[in-house]
Design a binder for this molecule. Sequence first.
Ligand code: SF4
Ligand code: SF4
Length: 339
Amino acid sequence: MTNSKKINKKDIGGLLKEWSQEFTVFIPWRESGVAMLDKWDGTDTGFIDWYRNTVKPAKANFFPPMEEMFRFQKGREGYHIELPLDEHKQLIFGIRPCDARSLAILDMTFTESYQDPYYLPKRNNAVLIGLGCLKPYDSCFCTSLGISPAESTDVDLMLTDIGDQFLVKEITQKGKELIARASQVEEATEADEARAKEVRKAAYGKVTRRIDTKAISEKLLSCFDNQDYWEKVAAKCISCGICTFLCPTCYCFDINDELVKRQGARFRSWDSCAFPIYTKMPMENPRVEKWRRVRQRVCHKFEFYPMNFGTIACTGCGRCIRLCPVNWDITQTLDKLPG
Ligand code: SF4
Ligand code: SF4
């Protein structure tokens, strides 16, 4: 008798079908060659073979690129406001440990400074099923941030590929209850657990890119005013904002109203500290120069966020490296910080 369960890979479709009765199920999906999380079509489980990680991170399921905050209508007695009601329960199958950690980081942002009424209901209504990452990219450096590519406690259930089956570890009560109701699940054996342990160890060893996070906040503080360094590292950035939009822990947003005659809606949409107008104020803009904006992005993740929340706001997912159009590399910037 072990503490784990297992499920045959060929039964995953049946399991997702069962869960679809209660949840909107999201799985990794390929749209025009781009991997992202999308609603399961009820049949295809092919992602098990091709999936590495999504381009758009899971944060988009909880903090969408554009979201309606409320609708309004002007009447004789003032404004009538209508709030959206989001009660749908979502189940994300296949989230990677780095992205599950990013949600734990975003939870701090949207809970500790204030209780975000749009993000939190979605998070509280969601179930995360993690899937160990066995083919990390060259750009991944999650292990430097204390994350193991095939292990996670930031999910409800954690799955490890052990051949024809997945070993299932129950992490939360929510996950335990979910798996207790599933029909295709069996008890795992000690040999299954030993196999999963080997797989996790091998996955860990495949992440070869590393950064040294020891004293990183102090190093950033001491080179904060080193304009020469920041100008040099910022030189090739084109301020496109991709690295922030696709970073699973970036959360800046802008708010706009759309109004037609007497009615309209207020939206929030992703914004980026890479954009020159991001900090534009009536009298001045403190980050007109690109080097100040690049410095802000790096310092926010590795110096200011730890100061405010006690954790680095980077999971080493590597998206900002592999998706940057000019190959700007945050690990090189951190590696060469002047003392
Ligand atoms: S993705 Fe690359 S080029 Fe675009 S803002 Fe980020 S670092 Fe600059
Ligand atoms: S900064 Fe880059 S590596 Fe770190 S979480 Fe964001 S996208 Fe991933």
